[in-house]
Design a protein around this ligand. Structure first.
Ligand code: SAM
Length: 473
């Protein structure tokens, strides 16, 4: 039976409930009355149920679709303003015992170079990332209890936080590693991680088992219940995602919304963020081999509907997507993006010769971080390197409370300005710096926080110019 509060995968991601929802959405996709009712609720900006969201996703009435996109933009503006948080992935190891058929790290792949960074190599990668200006990383690793045990991940996190190069620092390490035990999640929590990220890949159990034929990842329930174990271990910022292209996007979208509802129902706090990766070409992977690929228009609709259904949840797009596609998604709800990324194990410190290329997948947006920062500002977005919430203990329920009351602007906008200023002082090219200074001046003029915060930000900006670092609200 469908039960959003249950901790059993097949009860909170209930196949029957998904099929009924898809049927309901299909039969109402041209029903103006039902769609209007859902849009009326959506305009309260407090989210939608998976059934309501599924109807909007299926909606075929042109004028209503325009309303959906407009509302997504409005919600994005209300909750996240023009800020975009930047991060980079750091691949630690591509040793993997799983057989995921879409991922080139799968165990059977004999020709991809296998690599695991030593602590010294991690230090060098982190220095290179700090020299780009990054403050927030997402560490990535294959699953291999012998080559990449939890102790290796924990030691790597410690190394990353310990590197202080010039004015640089990694202030938040998010972790994207395979589903693990409560005990291991507890260790990650104690190591001071930011968000625990795990993509479901697909919520359809039958497809999931076919796509993960071998290895521990084959276990659908263990993978799907991972966020429950992470929460039980005290990690209250978790990030969901599906790999679009593997299964029907309608199925995935509905299940993703049900997963978010489940976390809210069972733990009182929804996901901190949702990622929207699409399958890409990789070493021995041809995305055409998967018949559920989605075009850019469908992708944009999915992003808009996630934004409307889960207004308090951040949304992440990676460099898997092109500059053009990322630009479109930004206005519809994206709040975080990676920039200047490498998906190989190593490669930030020293470029890789082709023969050593261990990339997980091809990236489309290959621009250096500085170009991304300049581009964001040219589009009117405020690039942010903020990591303040998690360092101030504003995680999980506390973060959601702040977010639900739209107080997030009071913290995030000042923090974005301050961290952009640090970037401009330490890492920006002359053109980006010139544009950034003008941008900050304008942002200070429109800053909505009270006079007290405004003058504190102004003081911090002066102090940053004088060489001090790491201010936050
Ligand atoms: N090994 C961990 C796990 O099993 O969850 C960490 C994940 S892996 C380093 C990061 C993510 O990359 C995967 O969850 C998957 O969704 C995505 N990925 C794998 N192959 C991909 C491909 N060919 N194109 C795009 N994304 C891919």
């Amino acid at each position: 039976m469908y039960n959003p509060k249950s901790h059993k995968a097949e009860e909170f991601i209930h196949h029957g409930e998904i099929l009924e929802t898809l049927e309901y959405a299909k039969s109402n996709k041209n029903n103006k009355e039902v769609i209007d009712r859902i849009l009326e609720k959506a305009r309260l900006k407090k989210g939608l149920s998976h059934r309501e969201a599924a109807v909007l996703l299926d909606c075929e009435i042109e004028e209503k679709n325009k309303e959906i996109f407009d509302l997504a933009m409005e919600i994005k503006q209300d909750y996240y303003g023009n800020r975009i948080v930047l991060f980079a992935p750091l691949y630690l190891s591509n040793y993997c015992v799983n057989g995921c058929v879409y991922c080139p790290y799968h165990h059977q792949n004999q020709h991809i170079p296998r690599k695991k960074l030593t602590q010294e190599e991690i230090r060098n990668e982190v220095i290179a990332l700090q020299d780009m200006g990054h403050k927030r990383l997402a560490i990535e690793s294959g699953e291999d209890p012998v080559n990449n045990p939890i102790e290796y991940i924990l030691e790597s996190i410690k190394t990353i936080y310990s590197v202080k190069h010039k004015n640089g620092a990694i202030r938040r390490v998010n972790v994207n590693i395979a589903a693990t035990s409560v005990e291991n999640y507890r260790k990650l929590h104690e190591a001071g991680i930011g968000t625990y990220v795990l993509f479901q890949e697909t919520y359809n159990k039958e497809s999931y088992e076919k796509l993960h034929p071998t290895g521990p990842k084959h276990n659908y329930a263990y993978h799907t219940e991972a966020m429950d174990r992470a929460m039980e271990a005290g990690i209250d910022d978790v990030s969901l995602g599906v790999l679009f292209g593997l299964e029907s996007y309608r199925y995935e979208f509905t299940a993703l919304m049900m997963h978010a509802e489940h976390l809210e129902a069972a733990f009182g706090v929804g996901p901190h963020a949702i990622s929207v990766p699409r399958i890409k070409k990789a070493d021995d992977i041809d995305p055409e081999a998967f018949d559920n690929g989605i075009d850019d228009d469908t992708f944009a609709k999915i992003v808009a509907c996630i934004r409307i259904a889960t207004p308090y949840t951040g949304m992440i797009v990676s460099t898997r997507e092109s500059e053009e596609c990322r630009k479109r998604l930004l206005s519809l709800g994206i709040s975080q993006m990676s920039g200047g990324s490498k998906t190989s194990v190593g490669g930030y410190f020293k470029p890789m010769p082709d023969s050593e290329d261990s990339s997980q997948f091809d990236i489309s947006d290959r621009r250096p971080l500085d170009d991304v920062i300049k581009w964001l500002m040219e589009l009117g977005y405020l690039p942010s390197f903020c990591t303040a919430c998690y360092r101030a203990g504003r995680t999980g329920e506390r973060f959601m409370e702040v977010c639900k009351h739209q107080q997030i602007h009071n913290f995030c906008h000042p923090n974005a300005i301050i961290t952009l200023k640090e970037y401009l002082e330490d890492y920006a090219s002359p053109e980006t710096k010139a544009l950034g200074e003008k941008f900050i001046k304008h942002e200070m003029e429109i800053l909505e926080s009270g006079e007290k915060i405004k003058s504190a930000v102004a003081e911090d900006l002066v102090k940053i110019e004088a060489g001090e670092r790491d201010f936050r609200f």
